[in-house]
Write a new protein. Sequence first.
Length: 369
Amino acid sequence: MLKEFSERGFKNTRNVPQYIFGEGTLAYLSVLIKSLNHLNGENVIYFLDEFFKNKLKIINQLPKNTEDEIIFVSTKVEPTTDYIDKIVNLLVGKEKSSPYIIIGMGGGVTMDVAKAVSNLLTNSGRAEDYQGWDLVKNPGIYKIAIPTLSGTGAEATRTCVMTNKKSGLKLGMNSDYTVFDQIIMDPDLTITVPKNQYFYTGMDAYIHCIESINGSYRNAIGDAYSAQTISICRDVFLSKNMMSDENRSKLMVASYLGGCAIATSYVGVIHPFSAGLSVVLGIHHCIANCITMRAMEEFYYDEYQEFWRMVEKQRIEIPKGICSDLSDEQYEKLYASTIVHEKPLINALGENFRDLLTKDKIIELFRKM
């Protein structure tokens, strides 16, 4: 019966069950942890963006006991399956490391690492075994998201994206068990984000939703999330100061709503090409999305025009010409790393997407970036 509904395009969607939003809500973390001491386990593990390594003002706000542990996540490159396995093996090998809460505090990379580790501590095997849809069989460790960047929607999605260097596959653990149990959304944590990074990351929310709302897998709930996210992004990125206190709060809401939109639908053409840039050239996801927009006019004409108005309004630098003079081998890898994302491409272009996206066509589009 479930398969029948799935084949008809229906999704039984799970969202984050609880969240708290507002300036200063990081202080709620201590109350929350105390309320969860009935869970089985001995300690709390904090995954923090390495940006906070020397930020004692933030670290000292965390309700950390002596048995708790902080793991700083490298965000220079996006997470690989090997990196996730290394962390899990490290934790499993520690005699006194039996967490009852896992916290991901940072941007999309850090939150994705927290989600992946949470799942692998209760499911045997390697990270690569769970790249795909609904492969995780057991609930993970209770997990809390504290986003310090707005846009990826990682705090709200049912996936955690990882790259398998051996296969060249960039794909997440798409599962209801990957969804966070709690989010703390404190706009104060985004005050120090650099301007370009703020824009690149915020655009992930916008791009998620222009893909979702233009896809064939769309539905009324996903459309509502997407439409509101797009509207907020317009308010923020077409304003004079995208980083005002009001706009930082708005963008944090847009990030969450955009994540909810993707949880009910799929992305489209942009994300598969962006994944190719990340896998082959090592470009971070959010800036890769923005670079990909250079070649998306024929697929998202109105949104393409609007995106470049936002870039101009905020005076943002988008890299250009990064794929204009690559080797044949690199173009082959870009093609392979893009065309493998069948579900998003079917969502955007239909079952016969390969008729349009031939190898020559895909390479031609990359040359525009």
